[in-house]
Design a binder for this molecule. Sequence first.
Ligand SMILES: NC(=O)c1ccc[n+]([C@@H]2O[C@H](COP(=O)([O-])OP(=O)(O)OC[C@H]3O[C@@H](n4cnc5c(N)ncnc54)[C@H](O)[C@@H]3O)[C@@H](O)[C@H]2O)c1
Length: 433
Amino acid sequence: MQIAPARGKLGVLLVGLGAVATTTIAGVCAIRKGLAPPIGSLTQMGTVRLGKRTEGRSPKINDFVPLADLNDIVFGGWDIFQEDCYSAARTAGVLETAQLDKVRGELEAIRPMPAVFDQRYVKRLNGPNVKKGKNKRDLAEQLIADIRGFKEKHGCDRLVMVWTGSTEVYMKEAPVHASIATFEKGLEQSDDAIPSSMIYAYAALREGLPFANAAPNLTADVPAMLELAARTGAPVAGNDMKTGQTLMKTIIAPGLKARLLGVRGWYSTNILGNRDGEVLDDPESFKTKEESKKSALDYIFQPHLYPELYKDLCHVVRINYYPPRGDNKEGWDNIDLIGWLGYPMQLKINFLCRDSILAAPIVVDSALFLDLAKRAGMSGIQEWLSFYFKAPMHAREVYPEHDLFIQLMKLKNTLRHMQGEELITHLGREYYD
Ligand SMILES: NC(=O)c1ccc[n+]([C@@H]2O[C@H](COP(=O)([O-])OP(=O)(O)OC[C@H]3O[C@@H](n4cnc5c(N)ncnc54)[C@H](O)[C@@H]3O)[C@@H](O)[C@H]2O)c1
C-alpha cells in the first residue's frame, strides 16, 4: 500500500473545547515539552509484533507506520463559549493549575471559532459564541470557510476534525439522511433532522477531512455522510469513545463469554459532576448515551448463539449528575453470573476513574490514525478503529465488533497490512511441526 509521508503540519480541529478537548490539547503540549508521559496512547507508546515470535521484532507503532509527529500538530476548534483553551481547561477542572500553567501560553493562543449551535439539540447548554446564518447550508459554508482559513493561517499541510462537543438529543436516521442530494436539500431547508454536529461533519467531509465522532450522536453515521466521504476520499470513525465503564465492560464480558459463564444481570451506575454529566442529565441526551452504552453486551454475548447463558440478561445503565465529583467519575457494576450447574455468583466493580484522562489519548490516536488512513488512500468507515469506540461504526451488512481484544488484533493487522507485513493469525503450528 502506498502511504504518502507525514510532511508538514497537521491541523487537528476539535468541535467543542470542553473537558476532553482541553485535556487532549494541554496533554499534547505537556508531552511535547517532555513534562509528562503519553500514557494510554497506542500511537505514542504501543508496539506491534512482526513476523514469528522467534524473530523478536516488535517496533514501536510510530516507528513502523508514518504517523504525524506530535510536534507537527496545530490545534484549533469551535465552542459556544468564548473562553480560550487555558480558561476552558480551568473551567473543566481536570488538570491541575500548576500543570496547565506550564503550557499556558500555547493554550491561551487557542481561541474557539464561533460555533454552529442550536439549543434544541443540547437542551442544557447555551452560549454566546454562535454563528448566525440564513439556513443550515449557509452555516455549513461558514464552517468550510473556517476550515480553509485555519489551514491557510497556520500553514497546515493536512487537517483532521474530531467532534468533542456535547452529546446531542437522541435521533434516528431520517429520509433527509439518505443521500448527499436529500441532505443538501435538507440543509437548504434547515431540516430539523440535521443537528449541529451533522453540519460540522458535512463541512469536514466536503473538504475531504478525516472525521471522528467522540460522542454518541448520529453525526456522520448516515448514508449521506458515507456517500460524501466516498466522494471526497475522507476516512471516518466513531461513535462515542470507549473510556470508563464501557471500557471495563468490553474487557470483562469477552472473558466471561470465553469461559461460557452465563450472565443474568449487569447493573451499571455512575456518578459524574462535569458539564458532560450536566448535559446527560437531560433525558433526551441521556437516551443517545444509553443506546450507545447498552449495545456492547448484546454483541459480545451473542444471545442468539448462547440462549441458555445470555438470553434473559437484564442490562441497566444509569448516569447520575452529581456536581461534587467533577470529572472524577465513579462507576459501580454489579454482575450476576451463573456457573456450572446453574450456580449463581456475583462480581462487583468499583471504578474511580477520570473521564477525560481516559478520553484524551483516544482523541490523539484517532486523529493520528485517521490522518494515516487518509494518506494511505483509505476512505469511509475505518472499522479497525473500533477499538476506541463504544458504538463502532460498521458496514450495514455486518454486526459491529465490540470485543476489545479482537478490535486490537484488527487494528494491528491493519497496520501490518498497510506496510506489507504478514498478518498474525495466532495459529502458531510452525513452532511444533
Ligand atoms: N470519557 C469521556 O470523557 C467521554 C467518553 C465518551 C464520550 N464522551 C463524549 O465526549 C463529548 C465531550 O465530553 P466533555 O467531557 O469534554 O464535555 P464538555 O461538556 O466538557 O465539553 C463539550 C463542549 O462542547 C461544546 N459544544 C456543545 N455543542 C457545540 C457545538 N454545536 N459547537 C461547538 N461546541 C459545542 C460545549 O460548549 C462544551 O464546551 C461528550 O459528548 C461526551 O459524552 C466523553
